[in-house]
Write a protein that binds this ligand. Structure first.
Ligand SMILES: [Zn+2]
Length: 245
């Protein structure tokens, strides 16, 4: 088995709304499985990264949508030959925005035209990969458990969007049911995963990040140059101690 991060997930919150980009992973088992597809703002980067890695959209067997929030599902049309896998409850009740919007009905209509596999409970979709039920963030949220030569890899979507959520035992946002959301984090923890592949963060485990990618944020200015902030994870600086004063 081989896991490729096609897009690293990040969360950026501003007072003008969230610019969060979800992670997009490719699991190569005996099937090729995409986990989430991102939103339109990350479409170019997704297509470019796939091209650079020599991955063609039509070799993908399954696209698993962990849930139907807009930041996780809008590029599903890139993989037009793949079977779309999602929770049955999500298909029936999930929404693009997490609210009772009037747009989700159009996305559901699009999915009706696709080859879809609706999951109730847990279900194996390849030799070593199972879709598992992790509701709470949304009504029918699912995650994936992959067994890679004895190692447990869990692709959590927004049941566990980031390392902080894993440690706190609750996702950053709950659009459906708080107690189910907490139970889903507990379920994932109880699996004792070797690696968590979260919905909006870099892969980590109990020891910390495994592969941290910095995030560049560009802000347009009135001048010729843009301002670029690079957000990077680093260990805290050691305390400065001046002795003898
Ligand atoms: Zn999300």
């Amino acid at each position: 088995m081989n896991v490729i991060t096609l897009l690293g997930g990040k969360s950026v919150f501003t007072d003008r709304g969230t610019f969060g980009a979800c992670s997009v992973y490719l699991i190569r088992d005996e099937k090729n499985i995409i986990v989430d597809t991102g939103h339109f703002g990350s479409r170019d980067a997704l297509v470019r990264n796939m091209g650079n890695l020599g991955i063609s959209a039509n070799e993908v067997d399954f696209v698993v949508l962990t849930h139907l929030n807009w930041d996780h599902c809008l590029n599903v049309d890139i993989f037009k030959d793949a079977k779309v896998v999602l929770g049955k409850e999500e298909y029936l009740k999930g929404t693009l925005t997490g609210a009772n919007d009037s747009l989700s009905v159009f996305f559901r209509r699009y999915l009706e035209e696709r080859d879809i596999l609706l999951i109730e409970g847990d279900r194996k979709i390849s030799e070593n990969v199972s879709v598992i039920s992790t509701p709470g963030h949304t009504p029918g949220h699912v995650a994936l458990l992959a067994l890679d030569e004895g190692r447990k890899l869990v692709f959590t979507g927004d049941a566990v969007p980031n390392m902080r959520a894993y440690r706190r035992g609750i996702p950053d946002y709950v659009f459906h049911d708080l107690s189910k959301a907490k139970a889903s984090v507990e379920r994932i923890k109880a699996m004792k995963p070797d690696v968590i592949y979260p919905g909006h963060d870099d892969p980590f485990n109990d020891s910390g990040y495994i592969d941290y990618q910095p995030l560049n944020i560009f802000v347009k200015t009135s001048e010729e140059r843009d301002i670029c902030f690079q957000v990077n994870f680093q260990e805290p600086l050691a305390p400065l101690v001046y002795e003898g004063i």
